[in-house]
Ligand binder design. Structure first.
Ligand code: GRF
Length: 197
């Protein structure tokens, strides 16, 4: 059984879906947040899953912050990581500890409307501003390039004439809730395969 850590900074609706999904050969074993007020932490408690808040501002450097996270991951024997609304960018130092073992969900069709600065409602505002006719959700591996790792799964949604950033966000959030559990199962399967080699 692989142990999965979910990193979330806010509401945690994606986390909730994962906590309610039975995975083959894996389970959510830890929730990590940089935000002590994140509702995601409540969700973890409600499911009796260990959770920890590690604010970035408590550490003198990004590396010290990430070393603290790594220590907790080790204590909980974490095999792979899911970024589900985690609002901080992890450095190559951290990512190298989990090569091909971190995935992220992003609310656009990568490689469009992604990378640094494209987060939350800003993504959907940029999509509508540009005038594209479809957007969607992507699940991808995390590497040193922000939103640049290999794509695992994508789903598209069409944009209506009356679309607002908020209505688009809602539609895409529903897509993410279908897509992310599939991505997590793929992550588990690949991690097990890699262990066998
Ligand atoms: C999602 O839209 C995800 O794509 C993005 O952050 C949002 C998190 O939503 N990375 P929630 O906290 O899971 O409700």
């Amino acid at each position: 059984m692989l142990n999965i850590a979910v990193f979330a900074s806010g509401n945690g609706s994606n986390l909730e879906v994962l906590l309610n999904t039975p995975f083959k050969n894996g389970k959510i074993a830890l929730v990590v947040s940089n935000n002590p007020k994140a509702y995601a932490l409540e969700r973890a408690k409600n499911h009796q899953i260990p959770s920890i808040a590690i604010p970035r501002c408590d550490y003198p450097s990004q590396q010290a912050f990430e070393e603290c996270i790594l220590k907790h991951l080790k204590e909980h024997h974490i095999d792979c990581i899911v970024l589900a609304g985690f609002m901080l960018i992890l450095s190559p130092f951290f990512i190298q500890h989990f090569p091909n073992k971190i995935i992220n969900v992003h609310p656009s069709l990568i490689p469009a409307f992604c990378g640094e600065g494209f987060y939350g409602i800003k993504v959907h505002e940029a999509v509508l501003q540009y005038g594209v006719k479809v957007s969607g959700a992507s699940v991808h591996f995390v590497n040193e390039i922000v939103d640049g790792g290999q794509i695992i799964a994508q789903k598209a949604v069409s944009i209506s004439k009356q679309e607002t950033p908020q209505s688009l966000q809602k539609k895409i959030s529903a897509l993410e809730h279908k897509l992310l559990p599939k991505g997590v199962q793929i992550l588990i399967n690949q991690t097990i395969q890699a262990k066998r080699k």
